[in-house]
Design a protein around this ligand. Structure first.
Ligand code: GAR
Length: 189
């Protein structure tokens, strides 16, 4: 069974969706490590409940991004991690990580890329007044929300309630991430 790592910075609902699907066999993989750049993030409690170990770090305590990424790569390799899934990890990766896991890093983003990149995609799209929203899963490169698209799912929303819209986006994200991760694990056997 493949070992994967999930990187997350916050709430961790996508982490939980992946963890539950690994636990019950929908994804043929095991989450060997959660990597989190925010001590105190709620995702750490979720990892605890699943018995998944976490590598928690404070970026400010390192001289550079390359420094902390080297340490993360060391830990990932020690754990035998083969794939990385970003799930609300709000940092751009450097060449250190990209080289170590070339074409094996995947991200989920809450818009139909290339529209609305960045950390506030749902609110930005809502403020723009778009009527078709969606979610993108893509390979990761060194650009913000850049890289080859793997899967997208769109839905109509013409309401005026941002909280409702956010809930709808998350409800699309979770099954799409699980299905896509399951497919990638199957195909990379
Ligand atoms: C998700 O909506 C994910 O798509 C987004 O952060 C949220 C994390 O939620 N990622 C990005 O915006 C990446 N640019 P979660 O912590 O509940 O999984």
């Amino acid at each position: 069974m493949k070992k994967i790592a999930v990187f997350a910075s916050g709430n961790g609902s996508n982490f939980e969706a992946l963890a539950a699907a690994c636990a019950d066999g929908r994804i043929d993989a095991r989450i060997a490590l959660l990597v989190c750049d925010k001590p105190g993030a709620y995702v750490l409690q979720r990892a605890d409940r699943f018995g998944i170990p976490a590598f928690v770090f404070r970026p400010k305590e390192y001289a550079s991004k390359a420094d902390y990424e080297r340490q993360i790569v060391e830990r990932l390799q020690a754990e035998g991690v083969e794939w990385i899934f970003l799930a609300g990890y709000m940092r751009i990766l450097s060449e250190v990580m990209l080289e170590a896991y070339r074409d094996r890093i995947v991200n989920i983003h809450p818009s139909l890329l290339p529209a609305f990149k960045g950390a506030h995609a749902i609110a930005d799209a809502f403020a723009y007044g778009v009527k078709v929203y969606g979610v993108t899963i893509h390979y990761v490169n060194g650009e913000l929300d850049g890289g080859k698209i793997i899967a997208q799912r769109a839905f109509d929303y013409t309401g005026d309630d941002l909280d409702e819209l956010e809930a709808k986006v998350h409800a699309v994200e979770h099954p799409l991430y699980v299905e896509t991760a399951a497919r990638l694990m199957k195909e990379s056997r």
